[in-house]
Write a protein that binds this ligand. Structure first.
Ligand SMILES: [Zn+2]
Length: 275
């Protein structure tokens, strides 16, 4: 049976995720800055200690606000993917604004020598045109959807569905989807917030139990499965959670998993397209 793959992906949102709220305050922004000051260096140290490659989705706003930290990610050999410019939920944007934001982020990445292979939607949501924009821009993969768990798939563009009307399937996209899930997202488990209220505060042990069980089931039942974790430097960067991530890496590594960048997985699925 082909070995299991684990993809560690880090959404380096920094300030951008808080600026997307209605009323960002200095205290909220400080929480984002933690990701740059503490989270990224701590994550890079951990990855280096294991000799692992990972993927960082970096909004254009972060690229331009924290250039040294972004450069340190590239210099360590990790992939940098597209995560919008301003981290605004695409489902709340007009199509023209969404396109302009995508182009601005693309330019910011090109400015540091990156041609992104992959896109991850901010806020884990999509507008009616997001997938068309992703295809039009020539991305090799998207990593924002949850229609599968351990298997990459080609998402559909142009589905038609409404209450009382059955699904009419659209066509398959030219890019791959490397699926995510809220169960494998550190923000959902750990990140407390006053407004909008998020409970957060899970113990690292409880989350490790879920994440290891997800890996174990996939490893036992799915040929060549791919498990993608969505992590945020401002969340996973706390000491207790870095220790938990270290334990997860040990667990999956001892079972024989390979750790790969999402872009490498997508390239292997689609060898005819150059990236
Ligand atoms: Zn994000």
């Amino acid at each position: 049976m082909p070995r299991s793959t684990v993809c560690l992906s880090f959404d380096f949102d920094a300030l951008s995720v808080w600026l997307a709220y209605d009323r960002p305050t200095p205290a909220m922004l400080a929480r984002g800055e933690f990701g740059a000051r503490v989270g990224v260096p701590r994550i890079l140290d951990l990855l280096r200690s294991h000799g692992l490659d990972a993927t960082f989705f970096v909004p254009g706003h972060t690229v331009e606000s924290f250039p040294a930290e972004t450069t340190s990610i590239l210099e360590a050999g990790h992939e940098v993917g597209h995560h919008s410019y301003a981290h605004v939920d695409p489902s709340e944007q007009a199509a023209d604004d969404e396109r302009a934001d995508m182009e601005r982020a693309w330019a910011a990445l090109e400015g540091i020598g990156v041609t992104p292979l992959g896109f991850r939607s901010p806020s884990a949501d999509l507008s009616a045109v997001t997938l068309e924009l992703v295809e039009e821009r020539g991305f090799l993969y998207d990593s924002s959807l949850m229609a599968d768990d351990y298997r990459p798939f080609r998402p559909r563009i142009g589905d038609r569905v409404a209450r009382g009307v059955p699904l009419e399937r659209g066509r398959e996209a030219r890019f791959w989807e490397l699926p995510i899930s809220f169960e494998l997202d550190d923000w959902v488990h750990f990140q407390f917030n006053f407004s909008p209220y998020r409970r957060g505060g899970s113990t690292p042990g409880d989350v490790l139990e879920i994440w290891q069980a997800e890996f174990d089931w996939m490893d036992a039942n799915v040929d060549g499965g791919v498990l993608t974790f969505t992590l945020h430097p401002q969340v996973i960067g706390r000491g207790s959670r870095i220790a938990m991530l270290d334990a997860l890496i040990h667990h999956c590594g001892e079972a024989g998993a390979t750790f790969r960048r999402l872009g490498d997985v997508a390239r292997e699925l689609d060898p005819l397209r150059d990236g």
